[in-house]
Design a protein around this ligand. Structure first.
Ligand code: GDP
Ligand code: MG
Length: 249
């Protein structure tokens, strides 16, 4: 029983300190989070059905700000747009700068501004889909808000979550932000052109990432210099074909 006021709450300790009332407070927060995620999951299921019916490969690209998501997209679009129809959803707190960078490559892009929000959710993405020309055999890239924490929890209906980590961020990030690396199917280790100027242990980074997620695939690349892009395009091609076949089946 709570020793502060005798209210009947079981005492729990965090880091050895007493937190009276922590149980009802924590359970209330948990209930709100469960409701929020359940709603999001229902919208995500709707998006996923839509992608499957239309034969679209949807990918959710997540990373901290500045790791190179938009650079990688712009380069990939320039290299692949004659092979596959490509569309993009851009998520940022403010501005349409990234959508403008993508439109400059000649493909359709919708910008979602989340304001105070730190991640995209499936409801927002569902609305954005109404403004995009989705077609069988196409790929939809969803660039999430730059954040290594919150986006990991929100299913958008994508086929795969792809986490981008750049070598300037430090090799221990998979251990510090495990949810993100656990949720991802693929890690793109970007900016490897900078390795000669940094202290960054690539093998250690990959080992940390696989400690969190043993099934994680890893591709090392440079979005600006081009190293590793062929492997990324191969990974994409296999999945685009698979997504378009599922609509024909
Ligand atoms: N050296 C180097 N810089 C990169 C690479 N990819 C992106 N950048 C730079 O990183 C900065 C942030 O890139 P951006 O694509 O806006 O990152 P985002 O916030 O994740 O979308 C820009 O100055 C890019 O030119 C890369 O492979 N190598
Ligand atoms: Mg960006």
């Amino acid at each position: 029983m709570c020793s502060d006021c005798g209210c009947g709450t079981d005492e729990i300790t965090i880091d050895g300190r007493l937190h009276a009332h922590a149980v009802p407070e924590a359970s209330r927060r948990l209930r709100v989070e469960v409701d929020l995620l359940a709603k999001n999951n229902a919208y995500a299921a709707r998006n996923r059905t839509r992608f499957a019916e239309q034969g679209v490969l949807a990918l959710n690209l997540m990373s901290s700000p500045g790791s190179g998501k938009t650079s990688l997209l712009a380069r990939s679009i320039a290299d692949l747009k004659n092979q596959y129809p490509i569309t993009v959803i851009e998520g940022d707190q403010q501005t349409a700068r990234d959508a403008e960078r993508i439109r400059a490559t000649g493909v359709a892009a919708v910008q979602i501004n989340t304001g105070k929000g730190c991640h995209l959710d499936a409801h927002m993405v569902g609305h954005a889909l109404d403004d995009l020309p989705l077609s069988a055999g196409s790929v939809l890239f969803i660039e999430n808000v730059g954040n290594l924490v919150c986006p990991a929890a929100f299913d958008l209906g994508e086929a795969h979550k792809v986490v981008i980590l750049s070598v300037t961020e430090g090799e221990d990030k998979p251990l510090k932000y495990p949810d993100m690396f656990h949720a991802a199917d693929l890690m793109l280790l970007n900016k490897i052109d900078l390795l000669p100027y940094l202290q960054f242990d690539v093998e250690q980074c990959i080992a940390y990432a696989r400690q969190v997620n043993p099934r994680l695939e890893v591709i090392q690349l440079s979005a600006t210099q081009g190293a590793g892009l062929a492997q990324w395009y191969q990974w994409l091609a296999q999945r685009i074909v698979h997504a378009s076949h599922s609509v024909e089946a």
